[in-house]
Design a protein around this ligand. Sequence first.
Ligand SMILES: Cc1cc2nc3c(=O)[nH]c(=O)nc-3n(C[C@H](O)[C@H](O)[C@H](O)COP(=O)(O)OP(=O)(O)OC[C@H]3O[C@@H](n4cnc5c(N)ncnc54)[C@H](O)[C@@H]3O)c2cc1C
Length: 567
Amino acid sequence: MNNACVADALSQSWSSVQSFTVLDDDFKDGLLFLTLWDAWRKSTSRPKRLHVIGLLPGLPDRVGLQNAVRASLKGFGGEQLLPQLESMLEVWPLNLPGLHRMEFEAGAITLTLGVGPIEVVLNRLRARVDRFVLRHASLLPQARLLATDGAQLCMSDQSAELSAKHAVVCTLVPITRAQPSVVTSDDPWLQSPVAFGAQHALVVGAGFAGMGVAQSLAIRGWRVTVIDANWGQHTSAHQQHAAAALTPMVSKDDNIRARLSRAGSLRAQSRWGALPESVLLRCGAIQLQRGQGRIVDLRSVLDALQFPSQWAQFVSAEQASELAGMSLGRGGIYFPTAARVHPQGLLNALSTTPGIDMLHGQADRLANTSGVWQVLDASGKVVASAPHVVLAGGVHTQTVLKQSGLLKERARLASMHALGGEVSFIPAADLAGGPRCIVAGDGYVLPQQEGHCVIGSTYAHAAQEVLVTQEGLVANLKRASGLLNIPELSGRVNVDALGGWAGWRAVLPGRLPAIGPVLHAPGVWVACGFASRGLTWATLAGDLIAGALNGEPLVVENDIIEAISDN
Ligand SMILES: Cc1cc2nc3c(=O)[nH]c(=O)nc-3n(C[C@H](O)[C@H](O)[C@H](O)COP(=O)(O)OP(=O)(O)OC[C@H]3O[C@@H](n4cnc5c(N)ncnc54)[C@H](O)[C@@H]3O)c2cc1C
């Protein structure tokens, strides 16, 4: 059976459903995906959402793929697929491990690529699947795949021998119902697709986490009411926060935090790419090699990871200085995609997403009435209600859960704590104009914005309140001195004339966030514990929660989901 026949067979079965998910275990050059996309465009009974999961052992580079697919399209007269091919190539991902999500047709079509050995990737997927297109007989029962009712195997042009093996694979369907090791339809991450445009959710908290979730829901057609105690006021959490860094991180063993940060950075770039430079400046970041303390040889870290240089590359002190536009004295890892972000500018931009309503209010607790969640204030007045609520109030999420009787004693969330800190603003002229890219290591210095650079930041353990302090300023100047190789900075500037911003980080053990359902309260989700990585994890949290609520394949792998959703 060729791609056109497979696509035809698939499109026969999607008649007027909300959402349709296909798993293709041999994505190769994507021809089946492109053909299916074409069929979707032409179909009068197409699903509102078409999700394709493609598995492949390694990611071909964009140019190689372009040449190969163009040649095959010409070979069988498939030139009508060229526009789709070009759209796919425009967002073709870098060859990084993990899952890659691409969106087309304003999000109506998604492509999720799982890269690596098929048996490894399959075990890491979590998705509802309507049709399997199988060329390999290696589907494993551990895969977190929920075959929907009536899910079928769609055979490709394989031999009878392989077809016989597929019969074994077919047992995936009963296995999903029978074996506890495999998901059941009770898995809150695998919800049924919902009617487009008919859903309403509340989000408590209009910080990075809350607005990341609100945006992800709204662009999927949801009506979202965001409730924040300080929205639009001078006391708004990030009103005075002049700039922050959106940077990936790496670890030699590519641990869960590093993978989560990579996935988050990629999601943020995809969602926020169109923001103006005043809000998001893609300036790159250098993580300098430490000269003292806990020294990790960054060159060997990158050698072990083998990432493409467009994502991370080791640079010498000379190269680092060239990139920063000032003499740095040390080399390190350069992340070309890192960005400087204006926090309140970002939040304001996200709040204008059609479908989002901002509401001023303080959530004290939740109550459930006939399956609808109410957010109540301290006087017991209902602030708003909806079937779904996402708590994204930073460390206060814990308090709201507790007040609602929903905080389990042993839950990870019970050990969340607040860690204060401050950044300082320094005239760029005092830093020889400041760096052209983010310079990080022990703290960071950001490229100047409106004549000032943000330097930081401090960690105030057991603080009762957060304030901009003289000690904080001096500590931040010391960090900037070390990073920029400018001795005695605090002696050169007028410390009294400097400003700053102070805030809280919500921290969980392992510095991993809490993103996921509150299991004993169906309809309640959390997105908090973002520690120092609020920008990196916000969009990912949104796409995970909104994706789950829409029955989409999830954007990160199972082991990551389990680590962040064990709440
Ligand atoms: C000094 C410092 C520097 C930092 N630098 C960076 C950086 O460069 N890059 C980066 O990614 N991260 C940085 N961070 C971390 C970042 O600020 C946090 O990760 C981020 O703010 C977490 O976002 P959040 O939405 O979870 O919480 P918040 O930003 O704290 O937002 C929570 C929101 O919820 C609202 N809220 C809380 N409780 C309630 C309630 N009961 N009812 C209604 N509303 C409520 C609050 O008013 C607030 O608007 C820094 C943090 C500090 C302290």
